[in-house]
Design a binder for this molecule. Structure first.
Ligand code: AVI
Length: 337
């Protein structure tokens, strides 16, 4: 009998269907209002989270495989080369919180080396999560697997879930340099939100794209095959579906450039000629050359990112980069309160 044990200490055979906790995620009305208001504002903007419908996820997968898009493969190289020293900075027998887990592949490579006791996938998309949990449970029958459906880009509270295993320190994993898609202010709030879950041995393991020469970074966001352009334009199809709008993606050009003052790639969609667009009950004119801001991707220096971590209350920081210094992997713990 083991039903009185915390979930993470039960025998693997007793864990069946993937367990999902739905954390009052989706205020669909608020999401639609955000999308509509952004498109009606001047300049027009769309939050990058709207990129990722089924087609957007497939296009993003294709971007990650492009020769120009260095971040994914550089981050994986760092993990492969530095797995042991990184794992040495992480507490054993912890709870691995995989933020925005997607297919969970990057996290699964850590479950053995970091001797993880419990895996918690966190994502906005419940369908992704179910598949990720099934695969992870199958590959790691000794690891307790759990999913939380939530929008962790807003302040979040995983304490009730983590307290189920109070002696297993949390390790938050946020790979892929998605932190770069937040403004520094929003990145600070997210880092603080994570920090609020850490004490003692808890850690954050995070991947961050670093500042480099402009040509390399611009090519990564404007590839020769036009995959990133398709990814960018696809967000207009998402807007059409969600808002009953009539954007014609081919009437917008993909623009991607490095803004050195802000240290960020900016992605825009620029109207190729002046034309009107219906957005639900509204009409909006886009003049020739007028743009919709679709994404910022901030690039940090290691010093700047460590300063952001310190400002968010972290201490005990370590980082690793590839030999070109293009990408950084940071481990940080709770600083002194
Ligand atoms: C998801 N995120 C980290 C990607 C990036 O590099 O900012 C999204 C992306 N946009 C264009 N290409 C990739």
């Amino acid at each position: 009998m083991n039903s009185n044990k915390p979930e993470c200490e039960r025998d693997a055979e007793t864990i069946r269907a993937p367990r999902l906790i739905i954390d009052a995620v989706d205020d669909h009305g608020a999401q639609l209002a955000e999308l509509r208001d952004g498109l009606l504002s001047r300049p027009a903007r769309i939050a990058p989270k709207f990129f990722y419908d089924e087609q957007g996820c497939a296009l993003y997968g294709a971007i990650c495989a492009l020769s120009e898009y260095y971040p994914t493969r550089t981050e994986i190289q760092i993990y492969e080369r530095c797995r042991r020293p990184i794992a040495a900075q992480l507490p054993p027998d912890g709870q691995w919180i995989d933020l925005g887990c997607g297919d969970g592949a990057k996290a699964r490579d850590w479950l053995g080396p970091a001797r993880v006791r419990r895996y918690i996938g966190v994502d906005f998309a419940a369908d992704w999560l179910k598949t990720t949990l099934s695969i992870t449970e199958q590959q790691f029958p000794g690891v307790d697997c759990l999913g939380v459906v939530t929008d962790f880009t807003r302040p979040f509270h995983l304490h009730p879930v983590l307290n189920d295993c109070p002696d297993a320190p949390p390790i938050f994993f946020y790979p892929g340099s998605s932190i770069g898609n937040f403004t520094p202010e929003d990145a600070l709030s997210l880092l603080r939100s994570i920090r609020n879950h850490l004490d003692g041995d808890g850690r954050l393991l995070i991947g961050v794209d670093l500042v480099k020469d402009t040509a390399t970074v611009e090519a990564a966001y404007d590839d020769a095959l036009g995959v990133t352009a398709a990814f960018n334009r696809n967000v207009l199809r998402v807007a059409n579906r969600l808002l009953d709008a009539d954007f014609e993606p081919h009437r917008f050009d993909h623009r991607a450039f490095f803004n050195a003052t802000e240290s960020r790639i900016e992605m825009h969609l620029a109207a190729s000629q002046g034309h009107d667009v219906r957005i639900g009950e509204h009409r909006r004119r886009f003049e020739a050359g007028e743009t919709i801001v679709t994404e910022y991707s901030y690039k940090y220096t290691p010093e700047r990112f460590c300063a952001l971590l310190a400002e968010a209350g972290y201490g005990n920081m370590h980082y690793w980069t590839d030999e070109r210094g293009w990408f950084g992997v940071f481990v940080a713990g709770a600083g002194s309160d």
